[in-house]
Design a protein around this ligand. Structure first.
Ligand code: NDP
Ligand SMILES: CCCCCC(=O)/C=C/[C@H]1[C@H](O)CC(=O)[C@@H]1CCCCCCC(=O)O
Length: 333
């Protein structure tokens, strides 16, 4: 049968662009071998880390998808099984089952695509990243890329735990969403506001937690000027720098870290993988109770993977960016 994949056509160098990607068609065997299953992508995730992940030209772009088993010779995965798989940007793939993960919690009537967002890797990042910072009621947390897949959940979980939330976003629509619908205390559009001046105004005594999704000048300025004593910084992401050819130079932060006795955490979400189902069960309940709100930027059609991915670096997405390849044939929303 004919399948499609997006390959890394040219290694990334500087700003990711059209030339880095190519959509190619290829043949998959018609007959399955014993234990094999044929899967079809239903939803595919695009995430910022894909820009930095080591990959060779000609290989599929890496990434996770939610797929449906459409042909099977493996009793563990009957037709219609829904599975998560880190198999890259492929419309179909054949597996022996060893790289397939069933949804590990009761999803109920929650949309399937959330397994790549709030009830998937980015949601776990928000949940366990915030937890690592030991948040306490009435503390102030600042989050960057605040309307994104991770940031929008960080802010809402922090509000639910009694913290004050300051968010930075790149558009007026995102600002309104975070402030008016998600209930963040202060939200600023960094494209028309000096973020350091804004922080000084709303948190003149400093912030307790900085959840850093952007790195770059935010990281350095916030550590040097805006942390309270014993503050905590979560180095979650550094999207400002992913497309840099050369690392930019910033003021050193060591003296500020030392003087204010700050704690800087490096964070990798897969370290808490075994605990994800418990976090997703809790957050799914909050979604059902309307205590957590979710937005997705859904791109329809496998051919739009590239556009969805490049959009992450232009701020095109509000909430989690996903690509819907086909409808699942099973009875899920
Ligand atoms: N440590 C870990 O284990 C993990 C880390 N991460 C990291 O978390 C961060 C957020 O990821 P995720 O929520 O999936 O992505 P988002 O959904 O937040 O999408 C990226 C957003 O980043 C903002 N952005 C893009 N370029 C810049 C820039 N130059 N300066 C400031 N903001 C920018 C844009 O929003 P806007 O319009 O507001 O600018 C864009 O919409 C990333 O850095 C990612 O690498 C994610 C998962 C796991
Ligand atoms: C490489 C920068 C990663 C920035 C933070 C981030 O977005 C992490 C995301 C992880 C996500 O949980 C799924 C992954 O596999 C991501 C980690 C990717 C690590 C890339 C390693 C790069 C290298 O070895 O140079």
């Amino acid at each position: 049968m004919k399948a499609q994949k997006w390959i890394l056509a040219k290694k990334f160098s500087g700003q990711a662009n059209d030339e880095n990607f190519k959509l190619v068609e290829y043949d998959l065997p018609e007959e399955l071998q014993p234990n094999e299953v044929l899967c079809q992508a239903v939803y595919l995730s695009v995430d910022p880390y894909m820009r930095l992940f080591p990959n060779a030209e000609g290989n599929p772009m890496i990434g996770e998808q939610l797929a449906e088993v459409i042909k099977t010779k493996n009793g563990e995965f009957p037709i219609g099984s829904l599975v998560l798989a880190n198999v890259g940007w492929q419309s179909h793939f054949i597996s022996k089952g060893d790289n397939l993960t069933p949804i590990r919690f009761d999803i109920g009537s929650t949309p399937l695509s959330y397994t790549l967002g709030i009830l998937g890797m980015p949601g776990a990042t928000a949940y366990f990243g915030l937890k690592r910072c030991d948040p306490k009621p009435n503390e102030i947390v600042c989050v960057t890329a605040a309307a994104g897949a991770v940031g929008s959940v960080v802010g809402q979980l922090a509000k639910a735990q009694g913290l004050k939330v300051v968010g930075f976003v790149g558009s007026e629509d995102k600002l309104k969403w975070c402030r008016d619908e998600l209930g963040f205390d202060h939200v600023f559009n960094y494209k028309n506001t000096n973020f350091s001046e804004a922080l000084s105004k709303v948190a003149p005594e400093g912030i307790d937690i900085y959840f850093d999704n952007t790195g770059g000048d935010y990281y350095h300025t916030i550590i040097n000027k805006h942390m309270k004593k014993h503050g905590r910084i979560l180095v979650c992401g550094s999207i400002q720098n992913y497309n840099d050819k050369e690392p930019k130079k910033f003021d050193a932060t060591n003296i500020s870290i030392l003087m204010n006795e700050l704690t800087v955490y490096g964070f990798m979400v897969y370290s808490s993988y075994e605990k994800w189902p418990q976090a997703f069960t809790e957050m799914n309940k909050m979604i059902q109770e309307n205590k957590l709100k979710v937005k997705e930027q859904v791109y329809t059609g496998f051919e739009n993977m590239k556009e969805a991915f490049l959009g992450l670096f232009k701020g095109d997405n509000t909430g989690k960016a996903v690509v819907k390849a086909v409808n699942a044939s099973t009875n899920y929303p």
